[in-house]
Design a protein around this ligand. Structure first.
Ligand SMILES: [Zn+2]
Length: 416
């Protein structure tokens, strides 16, 4: 029992030490298993999943469907690597499993994907809808949900063993956790993240965002006739899902319109990657890494409002959260990283003069004169009419900025 107790402690300690921030959304995740390890395990799991279908002659047996799915997925992957440039080294691959009874699709860690023909046929899925399914699945992979599920599984497994199981039970449970992690239902949080990423990848790839709520609606309607590993069993469709997707769609329409204008701008990289699965091969050698561009960040409605001059900072009690970031804000300001500066300030939402002043800086830096004037004015109003932090005791979070003077100087600089 003493041994088990120390195991639990080790796991909990590892849990504390192994919280990393999500590569797509910044959310803090439990990460006991390195993503690299999960990716390499996925290669064999993928092979095992496809093998029986290939044996029956049911893998990629309809060239037309395969071409259709690969063309769609290719465009999604081209966008995915813009958000996570390191994923350009993944051995992305998609195959079509001919199984009309199964409504399913998946993307394993590392970009190993498949779609079952049941999903396409039963839903009479359009290209836009297929793009939403695959985009969602790619979202799980980009957000590293596989490694996260495995990590959560490991901790609960060790805890269960500590309570009652023996050595053997613990080992078996551990193996099971690793093998089936990607088949376990996703948490609501993971689903929301994947939805969020999927609809945006699809929009940037030129697929209609309104297809996202429509797809899940169709899925729900046909859920009466379930097949094996039905998508809904690993991706529970909650009642709020369609509403959330419908609310996201308007924010995605500008990206969709932009992509529709430049259809030729879609590079193809998946075609070069479609090949025999060779575990241990060097996937990086197959792909040209994209230029060292700043990775895309997910569209953030709060940031869109900021650019339109309609930012909202409403938190009265966020002084601590704000002061924790004071140094970072100062650095971003000095560096002229205006987008990151605005995002940081918006994330805290602190409704004080200094926060509005930084929004003014970020807007001015981006050449958004009207919004900048508005934010500076807001800083001035607060600094004049309230006991503000830049005048009061928390001078440290103001980074030496004098308000309202500096905001007034900025307004004068911007002119009418
Ligand atoms: Zn999902």
């Amino acid at each position: 029992m003493k041994y088990l107790k120390s195991l639990v402690q080790a796991a909990l300690f590892a849990g504390l030490a192994a919280c990393s921030s999500n590569p797509m959304t910044g959310r803090s995740q439990l990460m006991l298993v390195p993503e690299k390890q999960v990716i390499s395990q996925s290669v064999s799991a993928y092979k095992a999943e496809l093998a029986p279908h290939a044996k029956k002659g049911k893998l990629n047996d309809d060239e037309r469907v395969v071409q259709r799915v690969r063309a769609i997925t290719d465009r999604l992957v081209a966008q995915a690597v813009r958000y996570r440039p390191d994923s350009a080294s993944w051995a992305w691959e998609v195959n079509v499993i001919d199984d009309p009874k199964t409504l399913n699709a998946f993307c394993m860690p590392g970009g190993k994907m498949a779609i079952y023909t049941g999903l396409i046929e039963k839903l009479k899925a359009t290209d836009d809808e297929i793009a939403q399914v695959m985009g969602h699945e790619i979202g799980h992979a980009l957000a590293n949900h596989g490694a996260e599920k495995m990590s959560v599984g490991m901790v609960s497994d060790i805890l269960i063993s500590a309570i009652g199981g023996g050595n053997q039970g613990r080992q078996q449970a551990g193996q099971l956790a690793a093998l089936v992690a990607w088949q376990l239902p996703n948490s609501r949080g993971a689903e929301t993240e994947a939805d969020r990423i999927g609809i945006e990848l699809a929009a940037r790839a030129g697929y209609d965002p309104d297809a996202a709520p429509r797809l899940w609606q169709k899925m729900k309607e046909s859920s009466g006739e379930k097949g094996r590993f039905d998508l809904l069993s690993t991706h529970p469709a909650s009642d709020t899902r369609m509403e959330e997707l419908a609310a996201l769609a308007p924010h995605m329409r500008p990206l969709y319109a932009e992509a529709a204008k430049n259809p030729a701008a879609h590079p193809t990289r998946l075609a070069a990657n479609v090949r025999e699965v060779t575990p241990g091969g060097d996937p990086a050698s197959h792909v040209v890494a994209p230029a060292a561009l700043r990775p895309l960040a997910l569209v953030n409605p709060a940031y869109e409002r900021f650019r339109a001059g309609e930012a909202m900072l409403e938190c009265e009690n966020c002084a601590l959260g704000f002061s924790n970031r004071a140094d970072k804000l100062k650095t971003l300001d000095a560096r002229g990283d205006w987008e990151s500066l605005a995002r940081e300030v918006l994330e805290v939402g602190y409704s004080q003069d200094i926060a509005w002043y930084y929004l003014g800086r970020a807007a001015e830096g981006q050449g958004l004169s009207d919004p900048a004037r508005r934010y500076y004015q807001q800083a001035i109003n607060l600094a004049r009419n309230k006991d503000t932090h830049c005048k009061g005791m928390f001078t440290d979070i103001c980074n030496g900025i004098r308000l309202p003077e500096q905001a007034e100087a900025a307004l004068a600089r911007l002119g009418k």
